[in-house]
Design a protein around this ligand. Structure first.
Ligand code: ATP
Ligand code: MG
Length: 414
């Protein structure tokens, strides 16, 4: 009988799969549990927020519309996890008691127009029907009909609500629907990590959307350590992560932003690195190496979701940082850092916007955008201080200009 696979001629004493095989013992027992998409049933240090949101939403269980809530706080502070957790619990409870409460979670990053949001809502409410191509008015009527017919309390979570392009119209539509339904009601929960967004809301939109508000503060190192220890227990095999590695990941994340996503990602990547090296334990070294990787991943995702004009602004900043000669102080000493002045950045931004056929925003908005980029940690600013001409602000990119330029070149210029 002939072999299915021809007899191999040995070329070396060690099979090439040997090294892969010896490394296949996984340090993870449940990778999912340390992924940033995972929502644990327990969300420590968020008891107050869970309590307040559930208390507010409990009105829906007795057939009343609850107050609309606006949740805000920096990235990775648990806004999405907490809200999804509370919504799931609410729906489970209502189902058990046979109460007409429904709930939907929508991420406005994926549904950034009123029409898309309304279509998504009715597609979820009428799973058998298709609404593609129907007018906005038709879709809106279907929503009002569904709520009225079922006399249901519908809770709509609009996550990353700052990504909505026509927010005023969306909020207006959803609040007006409450006046048109003949039974039931619609409660909104808006979520944003943009701390400036709330200030900028149109007063009417603000009074509709922000009937209650809640802030999610950053986690400190101690809290992050507890959160990580919990996740490590589920995700990794026993004794496969050194305590000091967990502490280091918590300290890095607390230092950067108090962001649990960064903390979780650091240990996840560190675990992968340790596995690739065939180590038995995740140590500080892997966390240090993971830090660079995770930072890059976070910046890439942050930069790609910025609004267009902030991308143009960041692109201009990166270009200037790369092309400008080091600034000399009046003392004649070149400064150590390649600093940029607010005025020159605005000029560069305007000419870049024109090149991209986008009308530049006013200098007032430009200053707001710089503050927003600073809030996201993408730039840092200081008053020009002594030694530099004029009384301008100095702006510095928070990350390697070349990386930012390369990414934005692709995003903006295609
Ligand atoms: N209290 C907590 N306990 C355990 N894990 C948490 C806690 N808070 C956040 N996390 C974890 O951190 C990650 C990010 O959390 P989440 O997505 O809720 O943040 P967010 O505030 O919505 O951030 P963003 O503004 O960027 O959307 C998730 O992996 C989540 O599981
Ligand atoms: Mg979120």
């Amino acid at each position: 009988m002939t072999d299915l696979v021809p007899n191999p001629t040995p070329v070396s004493s060690q099979n090439i799969f040997e090294k892969h095989f010896s490394n296949t013992k996984s340090l993870f027992v449940d990778r999912e549990a340390i992924s940033p998409h995972f929502i644990p049933e327990q969300l420590p240090f968020r008891e107050t927020q869970i309590h307040e949101i559930s208390e507010s939403l409990s009105a829906t269980l007795s057939g009343k519309k609850a107050s609309n809530i606006f949740l805000y706080g920096k990235t990775g502070t648990g806004k999405t996890s907490v809200t999804r957790h509370v919504l799931t619990q609410l729906l489970e409870f209502a189902k058990g008691k046979n109460l007409p409460v429904a709930g939907l979670y929508i991420n406005c990053r994926n549904h950034s127009r009123k029409y898309r949001v309304l279509s998504k809502i009715v597609e979820d409410l009428y799973p058998e029907e298709r609404f593609f191509g129907f007018s906005s008015g038709f879709v809106y009527d279907k929503l009002v009909d569904w709520v009225s017919k079922n006399k249901a309390q519908l809770v709509v979570v609009l996550d990353e609500i700052d990504k909505t392009k026509d927010l005023d119209e969306l909020v207006y539509s959803l609040t007006r629907a409450n006046d048109e339904v003949t039974g039931g009601g619609i409660t909104l929960i808006g979520i944003s990590n943009n701390l400036f967004f709330r200030e900028r809301l149109d007063p009417r939109t603000k009074s509709s959307l922000v009937e209650k508000e809640m802030v999610f503060p950053p986690y400190n190192a101690e809290e992050l350590r507890a959160i990580l220890n919990d996740r490590v227990k589920r995700a990794f095999a026993p004794d496969s992560v050194e305590d000091s590695a967990v502490n280091l990941a918590a300290a890095f994340a607390a230092n950067e932003s108090g962001d649990a996503r960064t903390a979780v990602m650091l240990l996840f990547r560190a675990g992968e690195l340790a596995e690739q090296k065939g180590l038995e334990k995740v140590t500080d070294d892997e966390v240090k190496r993971a830090k660079k990787k995770v930072e890059e991943e976070i910046i890439t995702s942050m930069v790609s979701t910025l609004p267009k004009h902030q991308q143009i602004l960041l692109f201009s900043l990166a270009e200037l940082s790369l092309n400008k000669k080091p600034q000399a102080k009046l003392t004649g000493q070149p400064s150590a850092e390649n600093v940029l002045f607010s005025g020159e950045i605005y000029d560069e931004y305007c000419s870049m916007a024109k090149k991209l056929k986008e009308p530049p925003v006013s200098s007032r908005w430009y200053r707001e955008y710089i503050s927003e980029l600073e809030m996201f940690g993408l730039v840092s600013t200081t008053a020009s201080g002594q030694g530099f001409r004029g009384n301008s602000r100095i702006v510095k990119l928070g990350f390697e200009p070349r990386k930012i330029r390369d990414q934005l070149e692709k995003e903006l210029l295609g």
